[in-house]
Design a protein around this ligand. Structure first.
Ligand code: DHB
Length: 314
């Protein structure tokens, strides 16, 4: 399979494997991040940072489910200074790009985070998460298209570094049209679709309780449950976004076939969250080898051979 290339590119950033970790899973400190850099993952994404360190929500705040997970972590993280320092020191190490994830709790905090990054020596990719569902009293910014426009307007007045946007799942064509119209006005490097399906509720019928404590038991749903929604978002956005805006597909990936489907729908790279949580770094090797086997069987030698080439029934 030596003649098969998994090379992919977003902006000026080259990856030799499109399979990355998703923000928020096993990526909260330098030990965990180094483990990712030293694995088969094609790059390393840091836990979404806020301006100040946060403890996050009360526990239990995450529970595994038969086919995925529910979580309401509440952004426990070491703060932007920690991750920015890590990103600057480790950019390009082991031939892997760092993606620095940020998640301000407000429009203002996101702008402050971007200003800090702009004023730093970091030259790598930044992923601005506009879709965290787990902060009590806060809405997911990217469900309000005017807020997305406001934030990007302010951001691109000063921000000159490569910026990706992490989006929530959209469920209606009006939403696909509206978000694409806003995003297409800006020099965004990529969008990441999708975050968890926010504010699901899983109950234990025996104890008659919720599974997790924060927000009355409501939390983000991930894993296999969300793959069809993730594929729909990748596909719908690929059909609407300017070709310069690349797409990271995230949601329900735990096999090479899942990656293949995401790329067929238009993804340039993919991220694994829930199953990285379940299986740790071996998931990257397993899924990469499975993808290579599918490509070999089909006679494909590069991702371009099938990226976005999903066939619809006439
Ligand atoms: C958290 C969850 C998310 O889905 C996200 O995008 C950011 C943060 C969290 O609860 O920590």
């Amino acid at each position: 399979m030596a003649d098969i290339s998994l090379d992919t590119q977003m902006g000026n950033f080259k990856f030799t494997n499109p399979i990355l970790n998703a923000a928020g899973v096993r990526d909260a400190d330098s030990t965990q991040l180094n483990t990712i850099i030293n694995s088969w993952a094609g790059g390393v994404v840091t836990k979404s940072a806020t301006m100040k360190p946060r403890e996050g929500n009360p526990e239990p705040r995450m529970k595994g489910l038969p086919h995925g997970c529910i979580n309401s972590m509440g952004l426990p993280n070491h703060g932007i200074d920690y991750y920015l320092d890590y990103a600057i020191k480790n950019e390009g190490k082991n031939n892997k790009q760092v993606i620095l994830s940020i998640a301000g709790l407000s429009i203002d905090e996101n702008i402050q985070l971007l200003k800090k990054i702009q004023d730093s020596d970091y030259q790598g990719l930044v992923e601005m998460n506009l879709s965290c569902p787990n902060i009590d009293g806060e809405t997911q910014i990217a469900y309000d298209f005017d807020s997305v426009e406001a934030i990007l307007n302010q951001a691109f007045e000063f921000f000159t570094k490569p910026l990706g946007i992490k989006l929530p799942p959209y469920l209606d064509f009006y939403q696909f049209d509206s978000i694409a119209k806003v995003l297409n006005k800006y020099p965004i490097t990529y969008v990441n679709a999708i975050n968890t399906i926010g504010n699901g509720l899983v109950v234990n019928p025996e104890t008659e309780q919720t599974l997790i404590k924060p927000k009355g038991g409501f939390g983000g749903i991930s894993g296999e449950y969300i793959k069809p929604t993730a594929l729909a978002n990748v596909r719908a956005l690929r059909l609407r976004l300017n070709p310069e805006i690349k797409i990271i597909g995230t949601g329900g990936i735990h096999t090479g076939e899942d990656v293949f489907e995401h790329i067929l729908c238009g993804a340039d790279a993919v991220q694994i969250g829930t199953y990285f949580g379940f299986d740790d770094t071996p998931v990257f090797e397993k899924v990469t080898k499975e993808l290579l086997a599918i490509m070999a069987r089909k006679g494909y030698t590069s991702l371009d051979d099938f990226r976005g080439k999903l066939k619809v029934l006439d």
